[in-house]
Design a binder for this molecule. Structure first.
Ligand code: ZN
Ligand code: CA
Length: 293
């Protein structure tokens, strides 16, 4: 019940934020900068080997996030695409923390030998996160870890929604094998999970096949998650009311392959900025300068 209350409260605040943004008709833009700490959970391998991913790979995740949330990705929709008009520069940026919780300088990349080759989701939430997390009000915590969960086979990441999280579990988990850019291969797992962290739902609204609602007005309704790389338009004018352009399968919050998943929408941007202006406002630059300086 308390989670439902929090969800309702944030939805109310989100509608308020979007409404006031519309009324203000403001052309000015504010960039939201999120300080990040990356916790690399490994099994004693040398740095750059196996689960003990290199600094370069860790940094590539920050680069990926900045490209995707600033519409700087090289594969963004071009101006002839019907969904180009709603493709958003979310004006959200990410930087590695330069001060740890005690105020000492840090690279923002932490390594822990937890002497275990792989972890279930429950183990990560009950053991790994509580023993490593930095104050969630001051940092977005990201973990790189080998997720192997027989109850959820194939899961390669998970992010906490702002209304159903806790001080010991809040943050984004990304499997080491899809962390950032691995061997030149694009991954959008981090981008997708940070979307959840900033209160985005899946574009199909998690109610397949019943045309669920993601509470974002400019994403068309769709009946189910997509996979692979569909051909545009996919499922146009279907019974959910997709319209002539069909599913927005190229959105980061669908399940299509990374190489054809390239954009957030303006509606999603508003929803994420509403979260950063309310329940996740505490770590923004002007509030916690020490994390950056
Ligand atoms: Zn998801
Ligand atoms: Ca929608």
């Amino acid at each position: 019940p308390s989670i439902l209350l929090k969800i309702d409260d944030l939805e109310f605040k989100t509608r308020e934020f979007i409404q006031s943004k519309k009324l203000a008709k403001s052309t000015s833009s504010a960039t939201y900068t999120i300080p990040v700490v990356i916790h690399i959970i490994h099994n004693g391998e040398p740095i750059g080997t196996g689960t003990n991913i290199s600094d370069i790979q860790a940094l590539s995740q920050i680069t990926r996030l900045n490209e995707d949330f600033r519409k700087m990705n090289a594969d963004a929709l071009n101006s002839t695409h019907p969904y180009y008009a709603i493709q958003a520069d979310c004006e959200i940026e990410f930087c590695l923390a330069v001060r740890d919780p005690a105020g000492n300088s840090t690279t923002g990349i932490l390594r822990y030998n937890k002497m275990q080759p792989s972890w279930t989701i429950a183990q990560i939430d009950s053991t790994v996160k509580p023993s490593t997390i930095w104050n969630r009000n001051n940092y977005m915590n990201i973990w790189s870890i080998n997720i192997q969960d027989p109850n959820s086979p194939g899961v390669d990441g998970f992010g906490t929604f702002p209304s159903s999280t806790s001080d010991t579990t809040d943050g984004v988990v990304i499997a080491n094998w899809v962390f950032g850019t691995v061997g030149g291969v694009k991954s959008i797992v981090g981008t997708h999970e940070v979307g959840h962290y900033l209160n985005l739902k899946h574009v199909w609204g998690d109610n397949q096949p019943n045309c669920g609602d993601d509470l974002v007005s400019d994403t068309p309704p769709s009946s189910e998650p997509n996979s692979g790389c569909p051909t545009f338009p996919h499922n146009p004018n279907d019974s959910c009311g997709t319209g002539p352009n069909g599913d927005i399968f190229m959105n980061y919050m669908d399940y299509s392959d990374a190489i054809c998943t390239v954009m957030f929408t303006t509606g999603q941007k508003d929803r994420m900025q509403a979260t950063l202006s309310t329940v996740r406002s505490s770590f923004l630059l002007n509030n916690i300068e020490p994390a950056y300086l």
